[in-house]
Design a protein around this ligand. Structure first.
Ligand code: SAM
Length: 244
Protein backbone atom coordinates (compact mmCIF):
# COMPACT_ATOMS: atom_id res chain seq x y z
CA UNK A 1 0.00 0.00 0.00
CA UNK A 2 1.04 3.61 -0.49
CA UNK A 3 2.22 5.85 2.35
CA UNK A 4 -0.66 7.69 4.04
CA UNK A 5 -0.18 10.98 2.15
CA UNK A 6 -0.26 9.29 -1.24
CA UNK A 7 -3.23 7.19 -0.07
CA UNK A 8 -5.08 10.32 1.02
CA UNK A 9 -4.42 12.13 -2.29
CA UNK A 10 -5.49 9.13 -4.36
CA UNK A 11 -8.59 8.51 -2.24
CA UNK A 12 -9.67 12.14 -2.70
CA UNK A 13 -8.91 11.98 -6.42
CA UNK A 14 -11.09 8.83 -6.81
CA UNK A 15 -13.92 10.09 -4.60
CA UNK A 16 -15.84 12.28 -7.01
CA UNK A 17 -19.45 12.32 -5.77
CA UNK A 18 -18.53 11.34 -2.20
CA UNK A 19 -19.40 13.88 0.56
CA UNK A 20 -16.31 15.74 1.78
CA UNK A 21 -17.11 14.95 5.42
CA UNK A 22 -16.30 11.27 4.69
CA UNK A 23 -12.76 12.36 3.81
CA UNK A 24 -11.86 14.04 7.12
CA UNK A 25 -8.42 13.28 8.57
CA UNK A 26 -9.83 10.72 11.01
CA UNK A 27 -11.87 8.94 8.32
CA UNK A 28 -8.90 8.85 5.92
CA UNK A 29 -6.71 7.40 8.67
CA UNK A 30 -9.28 4.69 9.44
CA UNK A 31 -9.75 3.82 5.76
CA UNK A 32 -5.96 3.66 5.35
CA UNK A 33 -5.66 1.25 8.28
CA UNK A 34 -8.34 -0.98 6.71
CA UNK A 35 -6.22 -1.19 3.54
CA UNK A 36 -3.03 -1.90 5.49
CA UNK A 37 -4.67 -4.69 7.47
CA UNK A 38 -6.18 -6.17 4.32
CA UNK A 39 -2.77 -6.22 2.65
CA UNK A 40 -1.04 -7.67 5.70
CA UNK A 41 -3.55 -10.40 6.56
CA UNK A 42 -4.09 -11.36 2.91
CA UNK A 43 -0.56 -12.76 3.05
CA UNK A 44 -1.75 -15.20 5.71
CA UNK A 45 -5.13 -16.26 4.34
CA UNK A 46 -7.39 -15.66 1.40
CA UNK A 47 -9.27 -12.38 1.99
CA UNK A 48 -9.57 -10.62 -1.37
CA UNK A 49 -8.84 -11.16 -5.03
CA UNK A 50 -8.08 -7.43 -5.39
CA UNK A 51 -4.48 -6.66 -4.44
CA UNK A 52 -3.38 -3.70 -6.60
CA UNK A 53 -3.41 -0.66 -4.21
CA UNK A 54 -5.23 1.64 -6.65
CA UNK A 55 -7.87 -1.02 -7.22
CA UNK A 56 -8.25 -1.62 -3.48
CA UNK A 57 -8.97 2.09 -3.00
CA UNK A 58 -11.47 2.26 -5.86
CA UNK A 59 -13.21 -1.13 -5.75
CA UNK A 60 -13.27 -1.66 -2.00
CA UNK A 61 -13.09 1.74 -0.30
CA UNK A 62 -14.74 4.22 -2.68
CA UNK A 63 -17.42 1.69 -3.66
CA UNK A 64 -18.40 1.38 0.02
CA UNK A 65 -18.34 5.17 0.50
CA UNK A 66 -21.07 5.46 -2.15
CA UNK A 67 -23.16 3.11 -0.02
CA UNK A 68 -22.43 5.15 3.13
CA UNK A 69 -23.59 8.35 1.44
CA UNK A 70 -26.81 6.65 0.25
CA UNK A 71 -27.55 5.24 3.74
CA UNK A 72 -27.73 8.80 5.04
CA UNK A 73 -30.59 9.57 2.61
CA UNK A 74 -33.02 7.17 4.33
CA UNK A 75 -34.77 7.12 7.73
CA UNK A 76 -32.13 6.34 10.29
CA UNK A 77 -34.40 4.79 12.93
CA UNK A 78 -32.12 3.62 15.73
CA UNK A 79 -29.16 3.59 13.33
CA UNK A 80 -28.56 -0.17 13.50
CA UNK A 81 -26.92 -1.57 10.34
CA UNK A 82 -26.33 -5.26 9.56
CA UNK A 83 -23.96 -6.27 6.72
CA UNK A 84 -24.73 -9.81 5.51
CA UNK A 85 -21.84 -11.84 4.02
CA UNK A 86 -19.28 -9.20 4.95
CA UNK A 87 -16.25 -11.27 3.85
CA UNK A 88 -13.11 -9.19 4.44
CA UNK A 89 -15.27 -6.38 5.88
CA UNK A 90 -16.89 -4.83 2.82
CA UNK A 91 -18.97 -2.79 3.11
CA UNK A 92 -19.09 -3.07 6.95
CA UNK A 93 -15.65 -1.63 7.80
CA UNK A 94 -15.50 1.43 5.49
CA UNK A 95 -19.13 2.30 6.29
CA UNK A 96 -18.44 2.10 10.05
CA UNK A 97 -15.27 4.15 9.52
CA UNK A 98 -17.23 7.12 8.14
CA UNK A 99 -20.68 6.81 9.78
CA UNK A 100 -19.85 7.40 13.42
CA UNK A 101 -23.42 7.77 14.63
CA UNK A 102 -24.60 4.34 13.42
CA UNK A 103 -23.90 0.93 14.93
CA UNK A 104 -22.61 -1.80 12.63
CA UNK A 105 -22.87 -5.59 12.82
CA UNK A 106 -20.92 -7.68 10.30
CA UNK A 107 -22.22 -11.19 9.67
CA UNK A 108 -20.39 -13.96 7.80
CA UNK A 109 -20.48 -17.75 7.89
CA UNK A 110 -16.66 -17.95 8.01
CA UNK A 111 -15.30 -17.53 11.55
CA UNK A 112 -11.80 -16.63 10.28
CA UNK A 113 -13.17 -13.67 8.33
CA UNK A 114 -15.30 -12.56 11.27
CA UNK A 115 -12.26 -12.63 13.59
CA UNK A 116 -10.36 -10.60 11.02
CA UNK A 117 -13.19 -8.04 10.76
CA UNK A 118 -13.54 -7.69 14.55
CA UNK A 119 -9.80 -7.24 14.98
CA UNK A 120 -9.69 -4.63 12.19
CA UNK A 121 -12.62 -2.72 13.72
CA UNK A 122 -10.61 -2.52 16.97
CA UNK A 123 -7.50 -1.33 15.08
CA UNK A 124 -9.37 1.46 13.29
CA UNK A 125 -11.02 2.51 16.55
CA UNK A 126 -14.73 2.14 15.83
CA UNK A 127 -16.50 1.16 19.02
CA UNK A 128 -20.13 0.47 18.11
CA UNK A 129 -19.15 -2.54 16.00
CA UNK A 130 -20.07 -6.20 16.39
CA UNK A 131 -19.08 -9.21 14.27
CA UNK A 132 -21.07 -12.45 14.22
CA UNK A 133 -19.95 -15.78 12.74
CA UNK A 134 -23.08 -17.54 11.51
CA UNK A 135 -24.97 -18.41 8.39
CA UNK A 136 -27.63 -15.78 7.71
CA UNK A 137 -30.36 -18.46 7.64
CA UNK A 138 -29.48 -19.44 11.23
CA UNK A 139 -28.86 -15.94 12.60
CA UNK A 140 -32.24 -14.79 11.25
CA UNK A 141 -33.90 -17.19 13.71
CA UNK A 142 -32.24 -15.60 16.77
CA UNK A 143 -32.81 -12.24 18.45
CA UNK A 144 -31.17 -10.67 15.37
CA UNK A 145 -34.48 -11.17 13.53
CA UNK A 146 -36.29 -7.93 12.66
CA UNK A 147 -33.73 -6.02 14.76
CA UNK A 148 -32.01 -3.77 12.17
CA UNK A 149 -32.88 -0.45 10.54
CA UNK A 150 -30.67 -1.08 7.50
CA UNK A 151 -29.40 -4.34 6.02
CA UNK A 152 -26.64 -4.23 3.40
CA UNK A 153 -24.91 -6.82 1.21
CA UNK A 154 -22.33 -6.87 -1.58
CA UNK A 155 -21.36 -9.81 -3.80
CA UNK A 156 -23.13 -12.50 -1.76
CA UNK A 157 -25.87 -13.88 -4.06
CA UNK A 158 -28.34 -12.89 -6.76
CA UNK A 159 -31.06 -10.62 -5.45
CA UNK A 160 -33.81 -13.29 -5.51
CA UNK A 161 -31.69 -15.40 -3.11
CA UNK A 162 -30.15 -12.50 -1.20
CA UNK A 163 -33.60 -11.09 -0.37
CA UNK A 164 -34.47 -14.18 1.68
CA UNK A 165 -31.12 -14.03 3.48
CA UNK A 166 -31.39 -10.32 4.32
CA UNK A 167 -35.00 -9.13 4.67
CA UNK A 168 -35.85 -11.26 7.78
CA UNK A 169 -33.29 -9.14 9.74
CA UNK A 170 -35.06 -5.85 8.95
CA UNK A 171 -37.47 -4.07 11.26
CA UNK A 172 -40.72 -3.00 9.60
CA UNK A 173 -39.90 0.49 8.27
CA UNK A 174 -36.24 -0.41 7.65
CA UNK A 175 -34.29 -0.52 4.37
CA UNK A 176 -32.52 -3.31 2.48
CA UNK A 177 -29.72 -1.83 0.34
CA UNK A 178 -27.74 -4.19 -1.89
CA UNK A 179 -24.71 -3.26 -3.98
CA UNK A 180 -24.98 -4.64 -7.47
CA UNK A 181 -23.19 -4.67 -10.82
CA UNK A 182 -24.40 -4.46 -14.41
CA UNK A 183 -27.16 -7.08 -13.99
CA UNK A 184 -28.96 -5.04 -11.30
CA UNK A 185 -32.13 -4.26 -13.27
CA UNK A 186 -32.50 -7.84 -14.44
CA UNK A 187 -32.00 -9.06 -10.85
CA UNK A 188 -34.64 -6.62 -9.57
CA UNK A 189 -37.20 -8.08 -12.02
CA UNK A 190 -36.22 -11.64 -11.10
CA UNK A 191 -36.59 -10.86 -7.35
CA UNK A 192 -39.98 -9.10 -7.62
CA UNK A 193 -42.08 -11.88 -6.15
CA UNK A 194 -39.49 -12.82 -3.47
CA UNK A 195 -39.22 -9.31 -2.00
CA UNK A 196 -43.02 -8.98 -1.92
CA UNK A 197 -43.46 -12.31 -0.12
CA UNK A 198 -40.80 -11.30 2.40
CA UNK A 199 -42.57 -8.00 3.22
CA UNK A 200 -40.70 -5.38 1.19
CA UNK A 201 -41.54 -2.85 -1.51
CA UNK A 202 -39.12 -1.56 -4.13
CA UNK A 203 -37.92 2.03 -3.58
CA UNK A 204 -35.29 2.80 -6.22
CA UNK A 205 -32.09 1.90 -8.05
CA UNK A 206 -29.26 4.40 -7.67
CA UNK A 207 -26.65 4.16 -10.45
CA UNK A 208 -23.08 5.31 -9.87
CA UNK A 209 -19.63 4.91 -11.35
CA UNK A 210 -16.29 4.89 -9.60
CA UNK A 211 -13.57 7.15 -10.96
CA UNK A 212 -12.32 5.94 -14.37
CA UNK A 213 -13.71 2.43 -13.96
CA UNK A 214 -15.82 1.21 -16.87
CA UNK A 215 -18.18 -0.93 -14.73
CA UNK A 216 -21.60 0.44 -13.92
CA UNK A 217 -22.57 0.03 -10.26
CA UNK A 218 -26.01 0.20 -8.63
CA UNK A 219 -27.51 0.45 -5.17
CA UNK A 220 -30.85 -1.34 -5.05
CA UNK A 221 -33.12 -0.14 -2.25
CA UNK A 222 -36.23 -1.73 -0.72
CA UNK A 223 -38.35 -0.69 2.26
CA UNK A 224 -39.85 -3.24 4.63
CA UNK A 225 -43.58 -2.64 4.94
CA UNK A 226 -44.74 -5.80 6.76
CA UNK A 227 -43.28 -8.44 9.02
CA UNK A 228 -41.61 -11.48 7.38
CA UNK A 229 -43.48 -14.79 7.86
CA UNK A 230 -41.76 -17.12 10.35
CA UNK A 231 -41.21 -19.79 7.65
CA UNK A 232 -38.52 -17.55 6.05
CA UNK A 233 -35.61 -17.90 5.58
CA UNK A 234 -35.79 -21.55 4.48
CA UNK A 235 -32.63 -23.64 4.44
CA UNK A 236 -30.00 -22.58 1.90
CA UNK A 237 -30.52 -25.39 -0.58
CA UNK A 238 -34.24 -24.56 -0.80
CA UNK A 239 -33.52 -20.83 -1.13
CA UNK A 240 -31.00 -21.28 -3.92
CA UNK A 241 -32.80 -24.09 -5.80
CA UNK A 242 -36.23 -22.49 -5.59
CA UNK A 243 -36.05 -18.72 -5.02
CA UNK A 244 -39.43 -17.35 -3.88
N1 SAM B 1 -19.25 -8.65 0.96
C1 SAM B 1 -17.86 -8.95 0.75
C2 SAM B 1 -17.31 -8.17 -0.42
O1 SAM B 1 -18.09 -7.61 -1.19
O2 SAM B 1 -16.09 -8.08 -0.58
C3 SAM B 1 -17.61 -10.45 0.59
C4 SAM B 1 -18.15 -11.07 -0.64
S1 SAM B 1 -17.77 -12.80 -0.72
C5 SAM B 1 -17.84 -13.08 -2.44
C6 SAM B 1 -19.25 -13.55 -0.10
C7 SAM B 1 -19.24 -13.74 1.41
O3 SAM B 1 -20.54 -14.10 1.84
C8 SAM B 1 -18.27 -14.83 1.86
O4 SAM B 1 -17.41 -14.31 2.84
C9 SAM B 1 -19.20 -15.91 2.43
O5 SAM B 1 -18.62 -16.56 3.55
C10 SAM B 1 -20.44 -15.10 2.82
N2 SAM B 1 -21.69 -15.85 2.78
C11 SAM B 1 -22.22 -16.50 1.69
N3 SAM B 1 -23.41 -17.06 2.02
C12 SAM B 1 -23.65 -16.74 3.32
C13 SAM B 1 -24.71 -17.05 4.23
N4 SAM B 1 -25.75 -17.78 3.85
N5 SAM B 1 -24.61 -16.58 5.48
C14 SAM B 1 -23.54 -15.84 5.88
N6 SAM B 1 -22.51 -15.54 5.08
C15 SAM B 1 -22.56 -15.98 3.80
Amino acid sequence: MFDINTFSNKLKQYSEGIPEKFLSDISVERLYKICLELEEKSKLFNLTAITDPDEVIKKHIVDCLFLASEIENWDKGNGKILDVGSGAGFPSLPVAAVLDDYSMTALDSTAKKINYIKNTSDIIGVTDFDAVASRAEDAAKTNMREAYDIVTARAVARLSVLAELCIPFLKVGGYFISMKGAAAEEEVKEAESAVKKLGCKFCKIVPYTISNLPDKRFLVIYKKISSTAAIYPRNYSQISKKPL
